[in-house]
Design a protein around this ligand. Structure first.
Ligand SMILES: NC(=O)C1=CN([C@@H]2O[C@H](COP(=O)(O)OP(=O)(O)OC[C@H]3O[C@@H](n4cnc5c(N)ncnc54)[C@H](O)[C@@H]3O)[C@@H](O)[C@H]2O)C=CC1
Ligand SMILES: O=C(O)C(=O)Cc1ccc(O)cc1
Length: 371
């Protein structure tokens, strides 16, 4: 049985890569008629194959809604062409930058009453339709950016799209959106890439020491360079402003480290240098505590129970079943593989006060715990 949705088909998805195919797949799964278009014949055929919809044909009914999911640098041109081709359709785009697209549309004199910018804050490090998933947007914020003259009907259509795909609509002006994503998405991407780039010539023994910390910091570094160049260039001013502040902070730490390196011991380090290092780390503590946790609420302090999991099929499932049998709800789970060892570490976050009970239950079932 398909869920009841408010979105009216046909929905036309233009650009059938990761985002477009995920939108198509999510809608098609919920019973909405989706037609697809992409200049890449392979991307189009792959999107069809993953179930994102059917390729557009000349005798198709006019779409009620068009979703443009092309790279940011071509988005405004594509939105403009779609507004012109379908005079009764609402057109939205999912580009990661909103001001740039809106400015170009305004300059071109597009009909902005039928256009609403949007941005689902959900993605993956992989591109293309083969990486599409129908539930990509579930529980994620989806920014709705009024063009300034978007009609209430257009705003409602895009809001419904977000809700039908399981996302949480968040209304925000384009400029405020761009400053926000510079800080929470675009600069983290640059930082992750730059840290990972330092590893290019690392020796094998050095890499063998890598733990979850490096994996956490470099996860985004696997992203597509072409797409991210387009995103960063379209949000250049806001991203560069945050990077300048980051450079100032980096310079303070480098200077303090140079002073520490020049001293013969901690007591001889020039006054204030160690405090600068502690302050940088401490300010990071303050910042990370502000990152919203699961379900969009404030970050919660969980207790963590870590178990060793033999690298054998079925062992992780057995561990999770034992956690369930112990009557404990997992709030989060992280897996770490030790390089060259046939064992992994499963770090399970549980609500405060539940770790002692879980540890006792897992020990009784023969699990080795790491304290
Ligand atoms: N990848 C991510 O995690 C997220 C990406 N976005 C935004 O979604 C949009 C699409 O990104 P992805 O799906 O990740 O990229 P992708 O590379 O997987 O797909 C982009 C698709 O656009 C097509 N395309 C290129 N030029 C086109 C044109 N002129 N007209 C129509 N289609 C064209 C390409 O053939 C390709 O199939 C971008 O604007 C990006 O900023 C938004 C949220 C998350
Ligand atoms: O993986 C993550 O944490 C992301 O932040 C993914 C992402 C990438 C690009 C966007 O425009 C929005 C979301």
């Amino acid at each position: 049985m398909t869920q009841a949705v408010a979105t009216q088909g046909p929905v036309r998805v233009v650009g059938t890569g990761l985002l477009g195919a995920s939108v198509g797949l999510g809608l098609a799964t919920r019973g909405v008629d989706v037609v697809l278009h992409d200049p890449s014949r392979t991307a189009l055929a792959l999107a069809r194959d993953v179930g994102a919809g059917r390729p557009a044909a000349s005798d198709d009914a006019a779409p009620a809604l068009v979703v443009v999911a092309a790279p940011p640098d071509v988005t405004a041109d594509v939105v403009r062409a779609e507004l012109a081709a379908w005079p009764d359709a609402v057109v939205t785009d999912v580009a990661s930058v909103k001001g740039y697209v809106l400015d170009e549309l305004r300059a071109a004199g597009a009909d902005l009453s039928r256009y609403v910018g949007s941005h689902p804050m959900a993605g993956r490090e992989r591109s293309g339709p083969a990486a599409a998933v129908p539930d990509l947007f579930v529980g994620r914020p989806w920014v709705i950016a009024d063009s300034g003259t978007s009609s209430p009907q257009a705003l409602l259509a895009v809001r419904s799209l977000a809700v039908d795909l399981g996302a949480i609509p968040v209304e925000m002006e384009a400029a405020a959106h761009d400053e926000a994503v510079a800080l929470v998405s675009h600069v983290p991407q640059v930082a992750s890439s730059l840290v990972a780039a330092r590893l290019r010539e690392a020796s094998e023994p050095a890499l063998g020491l890598a733990g979850q910390g490096l994996r956490d910091v470099t996860r985004l570094a696997a992203s597509d360079p072409a797409l991210w160049t387009s995103i960063l260039a379209a949000n250049a001013e806001a991203v560069a402003a945050v990077l300048r502040d980051l450079r100032t902070d980096l310079d303070v730490v480098i200077e303090a480290l140079d002073l520490a390196a020049a001293a013969t011991g901690p007591e001889n380090v020039e006054l204030g240098a160690l405090a600068s290092i502690a302050q940088a780390i401490g300010q990071g503590n303050t910042g990370v505590a502000r990152v919203p946790g699961k379900h969009g609420g404030a970050a919660r302090a969980y207790e963590v129970v870590t178990a060793l999991v033999p690298d054998v099929p079925g062992e992780l499932a057995r561990l999770l079943a034992d956690v369930g049998d112990a009557g404990v709800n997992l709030e989060d789970l992280q897996l770490e593989h030790s390089a060259g060892r046939p064992v992994g570490m499963a770090s399970m976050s549980v609500l405060p006060g539940r770790s002692e009970h879980l540890e006792a239950e897992l020990s009784a079932r023969g699990w080795r715990l790491v304290s």
